[in-house]
Write a protein that binds this ligand. Structure first.
Ligand SMILES: [Zn+2]
Length: 538
């Protein structure tokens, strides 16, 4: 080991000890802290490749995103006709530089995530071919929309996704227009034949037909299976690449009018996070949309709300309104925001909107944050979330001492991070003064951040060695605390099994085998914990 590395480690240890000592002196009970920003937050921006004349302009704008403390770029790689990457199956634009290549390189250099944004079924390039176009119930053909069920359409689109994932170092694939245009579609020759082959009936033409629900379910299946196929394809090529989608925030409208059953995608594990749109300048409407989304998703995957910066019937968002919308998403518990959209030289009258957005972001975002979908997270019945980038080496319960001991580890030289997000009410009633956390035998050096009705207990530590975290709870007094302990427990088991899954693939390769093991393991652990807790209480 070189002298400079040694010095670095010594310095780190000293800083770590001082920090530990200082933070140990801080009281755990909540005081009157001013609201600050969440330490874990997804902050995205939708960007068109065509907004930039050349690579220099793209680089300049990305550098600005970094300075505005954004952390995810959704970069359009497929819009209506050409694609903005090096494809072997579709016209490319521009031809003198590769926007996606420059975008990925620059984003990563700046420490930003780059997700390739695909407009999926709204595809005038494919729909130019009449046999691939959407046909409505009145027989009208739509040359802007490809048929979501048609196998030629689907394999073409999946091939494009494959090209991007295989050839570019993207962090994710982001699906947009992943739906039918409306409930009057699609009655093309392929759909009518396929439905008839499966059910023996012609697709019904209106919703009063008794077969309408079956026809709706059939169309929902076409969209869901595309998401499933895209997910399987992406994970088979690069398991770390995330899949996300822009969806309609009203789930009833999404399902019945667009056949976009996104709650089902969450349940089935096809998406890593979602961006529901809430483009409105009416604050009550905005709040309702965010609440509705969070009520149906139950914090199972990160939700970043789509906020509109563009004109609403000749009226634009003012910075104050954007800030207010960001703060509404924070208060209600969404885990981030994505802005539609950043404009460029080709966007004419919209270009000044960039200044309005930048003004808002300077007010709302002061620091860089951890990106929720990059961290292991676990959510239970209580809206408390535990985030971490460490893996669990071992886990022990001591029921006499009423403690949980976890050993965490991670790649050498990297920084470990764990954050517990709790609703303020739980923090005030159950957590404060009741729980002791030790890191390597000394008080857990956490930082407490109170932001918009939520408390984050966060800590960073070096992955230079295995750390021991001990959580001691003297009183199992309330139900919420019990649920919280279970949340921590489930997280531990989840990470533990994930690690096992990686290191012992030879003994059990089958995924379903592992998920069954996981379920059994969880049940056994929870039952034993509940049993012991009950006995301790007696
Ligand atoms: Zn069709």
């Amino acid at each position: 080991m070189t002298k400079s590395v040694n010095n670095k480690i010594v310095k780190r240890v000293i800083v770590f000890c001082i920090l530990t000592f200082m933070l140990a002196l801080l009281p755990v009970r909540a005081e009157n802290y001013a609201s600050s920003e969440p330490p874990v937050e997804g902050r995205g921006i939708w960007v068109y490749a065509t907004s930039f004349k050349n690579a220099e302009e793209l680089i300049g704008n990305f550098t600005l995103f970094k300075s505005l403390n954004l952390n995810i770029i959704f970069f359009l790689v497929k819009g209506w006709k050409p694609v903005y990457f090096n494809s072997s199956i579709r016209p490319i634009q521009p031809t003198d530089w590769d926007p996606l290549k420059v975008a990925v390189e620059k984003a990563h250099e700046l420490g930003l995530e780059l997700h390739a944004w695909f407009v999926v079924f709204r595809d005038p390039y494919l729909a130019e071919n009449k046999s691939l176009a959407t046909v409505y119930s009145d027989g009208r053909l739509d040359s802007n929309w490809a048929c979501p069920a048609n196998p030629i359409v689907r394999s073409h689109l999946l091939k494009l996704i494959e090209e991007v994932v295989a050839n570019y170092n993207v962090d994710g694939i982001h699906l947009d227009y992943i739906r039918y245009n409306n409930s009057r579609a699609c009655y093309c020759e392929y759909c009518r034949e396929a439905y008839k082959n499966e059910t023996g009936r012609e697709p019904p033409l209106n919703s009063s037909d008794p077969d309408w629900d079956n026809w709706t379910a059939w169309r929902i299946r076409q969209v869901t299976s595309f998401v499933q196929e895209a997910h399987a394809l992406i994970k088979s090529l690069k398991p770390n690449v995330k899949l996300s989608a822009y969806v309609f925030s009203n789930i009833t409208d999404a399902v019945h009018e667009r056949f976009q059953n996104w709650t089902d995608w969450i349940q089935k594990g096809f998406v890593d996070f979602l961006v529901p749109g809430a483009y409105t300048k009416d604050m009550k409407d905005f709040k309702d949309r965010v609440s509705r989304v969070l009520n149906v998703t139950g914090w199972q995957v990160p939700i970043y709300m789509g906020i509109g910066v563009h004109a609403f019937k000749n009226e634009v968002q003012i910075p104050e309104r954007i800030v207010e919308q960001i703060n509404i998403t924070r208060t209600l518990g969404a885990e981030g925001q994505v802005f539609f959209r950043w404009f460029g030289y080709s966007d004419g009258e919209y270009l000044p909107l960039n200044n309005e957005l930048a003004k808002a972001l300077k007010i709302a975002y002061h620091n860089q944050t951890y990106i929720p979908h990059k961290l292991t997270r676990l959510v239970d019945t209580l809206p408390s979330i535990v985030y971490s980038n460490s893996t669990i080496k071992s886990l022990h319960f001591n029921f006499t001492e009423k403690s949980i001991m976890i050993q965490v580890t991670g790649p050498k030289g990297t920084t470990g991070f764990t954050s517990i997000k709790l609703p303020q009410t739980v923090m005030d009633n159950d957590w404060s003064g009741n729980v002791t956390i030790l890191l390597d035998g000394t008080p857990w050096p956490f930082t407490k951040v109170i932001a918009y009705n939520w408390t984050y207990l966060t800590a960073e530590y070096g992955h230079e060695k295995v750390h021991e975290i001990k959580i001691m709870i003297p009183e199992f007094s309330t139900l919420t605390l019990t649920i919280f302990i279970l949340t921590i427990l489930l997280l531990c088991i989840f990470i533990f099994m994930k690690r096992e899954n990686i290191s012992s693939t030879s003994s059990c390769i089958n995924v379903s085998c592992w998920s069954t093991k996981l379920k059994l393991f969880k049940c056994a652990q929870i039952n034993s914990l509940l049993y012991n807790m009950k006995n301790v209480g007696d």
